[in-house]
Design a protein. Structure first.
Length: 123
């Protein structure tokens, strides 16, 4: 089970071989893929997003369980951010991985390493 950081989704959609391999293997093994709703927002915020890219993102997200930010998750994210000096978006993504009991798959381990209870895999 993985929670996907926004950068992993972007690299997957660009066809990065190392990311595609890990994500496709997880899908083949019926492994759950989680995405924070904050990542969904980050994916769609790019001003130069083409119609084709938007369709690719939407198609990929159908393979994932999108975890919404509710009061409990926001509380946990705030605590992570305050305690470990992690920016809000990353603290929400970290809280999502902790909530789902999954490993966070990312290329940005620098900030996430500050969260000691977080299972983390760099790709």
């Amino acid at each position: 089970m993985y929670t996907l950081d926004t950068n992993v989704i972007l690299y997957y959609l660009r066809g990065d071989a190392s990311v595609v391999s890990v994500v496709d293997q997880a899908l083949a093994q019926s492994g759950a893929l989680y995405v924070s709703s904050i990542s969904v927002g980050e994916l769609f915020i790019f001003s130069k997003l083409t119609v084709v890219e938007e369709a690719g993102i939407r198609k990929f997200l159908t393979l994932c369980s999108v975890i919404s930010v509710d009061g409990l998750l926001a509380d946990r994210a705030g605590t992570i951010g305050r305690t470990h000096k992690v920016e809000l978006a990353d603290s929400i993504i970290a809280a999502t991985a902790l909530f789902t009991g999954s490993t966070l798959l990312t290329r940005n381990t620098r900030d996430f390493r500050r969260v000691p209870s977080l299972s983390l895999q760099k790709i």
